[in-house]
Design a protein around this ligand. Structure first.
Ligand SMILES: C[S@@+](CC[C@H](N)C(=O)[O-])C[C@H]1O[C@@H](n2cnc3c(N)ncnc32)[C@H](O)[C@@H]1O
Length: 242
């Protein structure tokens, strides 16, 4: 994937706290899911060991400048940011995951600030970042279209969006299972996750041009499950230099 250059706007919205930021909040932007948060904190380490860590590294390869990470969870992305990244503004609405992300920020290889907030209302100024990272998050937000509109707002024109997301299964049978799960227990068990959303369609509908796209299976299992299918890619927001 191509490299994205630093913004002329610099890193606005910076509170000067290089590692950590304000993990607190307790405000209207919080989305507490304490049981899911406890489970995800444990499961994410296993998921990384099962191949997700490699995908995370691929997701942010070549990024540079200021990055917004939406729905940062417990901060498992932070270790993967390359040295060209000058600042990560991480936004996470779940209080316990945000506290874990704040702890992870302290040992990140690049400066990371963790803030309360939601994807639908990012606590960042217009055109203040060069790139956005969406890792397993459009599946969980309440309003994916609003989330992508916010990403477009906070990125400079022609900014880079990197995404790794659940994808609609290629077979009809699995799509039926995905939709059934999404309409019943899956979001309840997983902090609001949906397996059958179409992140590429949502980005494209917002005028974000997908420039790289790879369909993949993760985790690799003999028989694909409703959560196996993912897309990993890069996209560009409207405007900017041709
Ligand atoms: C499956 S976890 C992924 C966490 C992290 N991105 C990672 O790669 O490990 C989904 C994350 O989305 C967050 N989330 C849920 N609703 C959100 C919203 N409306 N805005 C931002 N993040 C949200 C959750 O709190 C959780 O941290």
């Amino acid at each position: 994937m191509s490299q994205t250059g630093p913004s002329r706007h610099g890193d606005h919205g910076d509170d000067g706290d290089d590692h950590g930021g304000d993990p607190g909040g307790g405000g209207p932007q919080d989305r507490p899911h304490p049981v899911f948060a406890r489970l995800y904190a444990r499961a994410s380490a296993r998921m990384d060991a099962e191949g997700l860590a490699d995908l995370r590294a691929e997701l942010v390869r070549g990024l540079a400048g200021t990055v917004v990470e939406v729905g940062a969870g417990n901060g498992r992305m932070f270790a993967h940011y390359p040295p060209g990244v000058t600042r990560v503004q991480a936004v996470e609405p779940e209080p316990s995951l945000r506290a874990l992300a704040t702890a992870a920020a302290a040992s990140a290889p690049v400066p990371v600030t963790v803030r309360p907030g939601t994807a639908e209302r990012l606590p960042l100024p217009d055109r203040s970042a060069d790139a956005a990272v969406l890792c397993l998050v459009l599946c969980s937000v309440a309003d994916p279209r609003a989330a992508v509109a916010e990403v477009v707002r906070v990125l400079r024109p022609g900014g880079t969006v990197r995404f790794l997301e659940h994808a609609v299964a290629p077979t009809r049978g699995l799509r039926v299972v995905q939709r059934t799960l999404d309409a019943t227990v899956w979001p309840l068990l997983t902090g609001g996750c949906h397996t059958s959303r179409d992140p590429v369609g949502t980005l494209t509908a917002a005028g974000v041009a997908v420039t790289d796209l790879r369909a993949l299976r993760y985790p690799v299992t003999q028989v694909p499950t409703p959560v196996t299918h993912h897309v990993l890619g890069s996209a560009r927001t409207p405007g900017g230099a041709p």
